[in-house]
Write a protein that binds this ligand. Structure first.
Ligand SMILES: Cc1ncc(COP(=O)(O)O)c(C=O)c1O
Length: 391
């Protein structure tokens, strides 16, 4: 099957955060948007077809989760991740961010500690602070252009009475796929300090060749307190539909999460999200495999181009995700100046690294989930902008 990821699709005037939110976020619409983590590609045909079929039925009433959606999750994780999930373990949820917030409420009391690892996707912080829990940071360590977990410090964090650990796996924004050995160490610390671990695996299907992603939940033993958050949203470019799932083998923990959702009356979901979710997991394999080849070619192109043409920048080569973590520290700019430089000199809208917390200063996050041509011109604009700095 041929998939055309080179097709330019105009997303303006679709109420897209990435495109139509530019004025609000960057103060101008004159930037190529390479920020918000969605892609500019059309969703797989199987998703469009399923949605069209559903919309052909003219009633969009309250909808329950059909058995088939649970089965689509079980089959996908069995097929793609060799992880056997039981039907009873699955709790459907709105987006994954609401689940981060709910987990904080369910597993740590006010004032108790929750561990995160910066630099990390910013709602990991707000889930903790908005709920008045204590934020305990275990900053990732950068070792020769690759990030690692500081396990000694993680243990110190756990010792401080932390109740919950929000693990991002693969890690946004640094692109690490944690190895099985690293995940075993995480589990070991979790066991020794009776930590609940929320494993956010939203990027688990966006893995580049030569790298193996392991689901933490697959390594868990009975008695481990692991909650896995999954969704086809990033994988198949349907995040606007906002439906995800939690896999929680422990009954008590499942009940605790359910209680939080029920207290907010978050139960039913909409028929279109349910339809798209299931179609993607059922039939999306070939599209995803082609997508990853395309993204890998773009990532490798960017890596070569930056090394050759913009040696002032350093790319932290991602093992997963369509997000590039660009080390711009050698430009010697403050974060405000760096953002300004990319917006006004290069006309690019990227996420400043500083929003990802400690360790993010001097970095930018570039979203390559778009056509290769667009990334090529973005990189050419950076080259030109950087050259202009030295004139
Ligand atoms: C690690 C991580 N978790 C969650 C999300 C968003 O999840 P949702 O849109 O389902 O709330 C993102 C989006 O970028 C993410 O990178």
């Amino acid at each position: 099957m041929i998939f055309n990821f080179d097709q330019e699709i105009s997303r303006e005037n679709t109420a897209s955060v990435k495109f139509d939110g530019r004025q609000q976020y960057f103060g101008t619409t004159d930037v190529t948007p390479l920020w918000v983590a969605d892609m500019d590609f059309a969703v797989p045909d199987c998703v469009t077809r399923a949605l069209q079929e559903r919309i052909n039925h003219p009633v969009l009433g309250y909808t329950l989760y059909p058995d088939s959606i649970y089965q689509s999750i079980i089959d996908w994780f069995q097929r793609r991740h060799q992880w056997n999930i039981e039907r009873d373990w699955i709790l459907m949820a709105p987006g994954i961010v609401p689940s981060l917030f709910a987990a904080v409420q369910a597993f740590a009391k006010e004032g108790e500690g929750v561990i995160v690892q910066s630099p990390v996707y910013f709602p990991f912080f707000s889930a903790v602070t908005t709920n008045h829990r204590q934020l305990i940071n275990n900053p990732l360590r950068e070792v020769n252009g690759r990030y690692e977990i500081d396990f000694e410090h993680l243990e110190t964090c756990a010792k401080q009475g932390a109740r919950l650990f929000l693990l991002c796996t693969p890690h946004n924004p640094v692109g690490r796929v944690w190895s099985e050995a690293e995940l075993q160490q995480v589990l070991d610390i979790g066991r020794r300090y009776d930590l609940t671990i929320l494993s956010d695996d939203i990027h688990c299907d966006l893995i580049y060749s030569g790298v193996k992603h392991t689901m933490l939940g697959r390594l868990a033993q009975p008695g481990d307190k692991i909650i896995t958050a999954i969704a086809p949203n990033k994988t198949f470019n349907i995040p606007g539909l906002g439906l995800s799932a939690l896999v929680i083998p422990d009954e008590q923990q499942r009940t605790a999460m359910k209680k939080i959702f029920e207290s907010l009356h978050m139960g039913n979901h909409n028929p279109l999200s349910i339809t798209a979710f299931e179609a993607a997991y059922r039939e999306g394999d070939a599209w995803l495999d082609a997508l990853m080849q395309y993204l890998e070619a773009t990532r490798d192109f960017a890596q070569d181009f930056i090394a050759r043409e913009i040696p002032q920048l350093k790319l932290i080569k991602p093992e997963a995700t369509y997000l590039l973590w660009l080390d711009c520290r050698a430009l010697g700019m403050s974060d405000a100046r760096l953002r300004d430089f990319f917006v006004h000199q290069c006309k690019l809208g990227m996420n400043p690294g500083s929003v990802f917390g400690e360790g993010g200063s001097g970095f930018m996050r570039m979203n390559i989930g778009t056509t290769k041509a667009r990334i090529a011109s973005a990189l050419a604009a950076i080259k030109q902008g950087v050259a202009g700095l030295t004139k």
